[in-house]
Design a protein around this ligand. Structure first.
Ligand SMILES: Cc1ncc(COP(=O)(O)O)c(C=O)c1O
Length: 393
């Protein structure tokens, strides 16, 4: 059988680690997973109740392609109130998760010959989505020294005649980097006069630590907003990963094209989830504070443990729920009689020897690192850190 060339997609290393961890569990082994990309809290009851009410109220039919008016109104209110971004109804599209939003936007923008600038380390799916669309991802490496944040001069260097879009993610998965408003605006200043669409993935907006604040690059000026698509959704802030609701807000032309695409592909995002999301946005995120307090405790514990390991060092994430330790000094060394050459081998070793699942940095375009999610219980974290130290002893 001959599959289309665009189906030649790199398998997700994240999923590969999860699958192996699951197989080991099925064999009766006690594996602790630090590979999760979702909060370990339940969807709040008022949101679940709204979903149940939608079912009982027979809100179970096709909805408008771009989403129900009630949800779009809530999204408009949220973007205006929290992000200072005013949009009209036809500038918002509700999609089946933020991942779907990013894909839809890339699909209507990017074609063969186009380049998309992506700061590395980057979320696994960005590069593959660009490739599926026929485009070329152009990675720009950021370092620990700059807090894993892209500098305007780096962005300037990466821009070419072929640059179609710039994909920004703050707070960032996997590094936890949070751009300040000034940092975003210095990138915005450079982008304002370029013929480049900015795609700003703000899905971790609410998961912020210490005195970090979220800002949207689109708030820089009306001119920049007119070439920016803001992506957000319900997954991380409301612990609604399985409900699959995300949204894109931006120029009418792009959103109109996204809606046409969605009309012929997904049709509409799940009606029940849309109604639950109306309730979620209407009630707000007061409960997130207690989640962030809990995440902060876990983050601080993990950081102190990781930084006490010889050969490992870890910067402090300002947002999201991952730490991204540098393991470069550990590579090339032998553990358990086996020389470990790269982050993939390192992750496999930790899984086989320590029964802990992490995601190798390679998955995020950053060899010499690994990602540990702290969206798991403190008990798991304490035990997992013990196992990590044991495996490296
Ligand atoms: C950076 C980033 N963007 C988007 C998503 C996708 O979110 P959703 O569940 O809304 O599709 C994720 C999920 O892990 C993510 O890490």
């Amino acid at each position: 059988m001959k599959l289309a060339r665009r189906s030649n997609i790199a398998p997700s290393l994240t999923l590969a680690m999860n699958t192996k961890a699951k197989q080991m569990r099925a064999q009766g082994l006690d594996v602790i997973s630090f590979a999760a990309g979702e909060p370990d809290f339940h969807t709040p009851d008022h949101i679940k109740d709204a979903g149940k009410k939608a079912i009982d109220g027979d809100k179970t039919y096709y909805t408008p392609v771009s989403g129900i008016v009630e949800l779009k109104e809530q999204v408009l209110r949220k973007l205006e109130g929290e992000n200072g971004l005013h949009y009209e109804m036809d500038q918002v599209s509700i999609n089946s998760g933020a991942k779907h939003s990013v894909f839809n936007v890339l699909f209507v923008l990017v074609e063969g010959g186009d380049e998309v600038i992506i700061p590395a380390p980057y979320w696994v799916s960005y590069s593959e989505m660009v490739r599926i669309c026929g485009g070329t991802p152009v990675f720009v490496e950021t370092t620990e020294g700059s807090g894993f944040k892209l500098k305007p001069e780096q962005l300037k260097k990466a821009i070419s005649r072929k640059t179609k879009a710039f994909l920004l993610n703050s707070p960032c998965n996997p590094t936890g980097a949070v751009y300040t408003r000034d940092e975003l605006f210095s990138l915005a200043e450079l982008l304002e006069d370029q013929d480049i669409i900015v795609i700003s993935d703000e899905i971790y907006e609410k998961i912020l630590y210490d005195d970090n604040r979220h800002a949207s690059i689109a708030a820089y000026s009306e001119k920049l907003k007119n070439k920016t698509v803001v992506i957000n959704g319900m997954s991380k802030a409301y612990s609604m990963t399985g409900w699959r609701i995300g949204y894109a807000a931006g120029p009418k032309e792009i959103i109109g094209a996204v809606n046409k695409l969605q009309g012929h592909t997904a049709g509409n995002p799940t009606s029940i989830s849309q109604w639950a999301s109306v309730k979620a946005l209407d009630e707000g995120t007061a409960f997130v504070k207690s989640w962030v307090d809990e995440f902060t405790k876990r983050r601080d514990y993990i950081l102190s443990e990781l930084n006490s390991i010889d050969g490992m060092s870890c910067t402090t994430p300002g947002g999201a729920f991952y730490v991204f330790p540098n393991i470069k000094e550990l590579l090339g060394r032998s553990f358990g009689g086996k020389q470990i050459e790269n982050s993939v081998e390192f992750a496999h070793y930790l899984l086989e020897e320590g029964h802990i699942a992490v995601v190798p940095g390679q998955a995020f375009g950053a060899e010499g690192y690994m990602r540990i999610s702290f969206a798991t219980s403190m008990d798991n974290i304490v035990e997992g850190m013990k196992r990590l130290k044991g495996a490296l002893a």
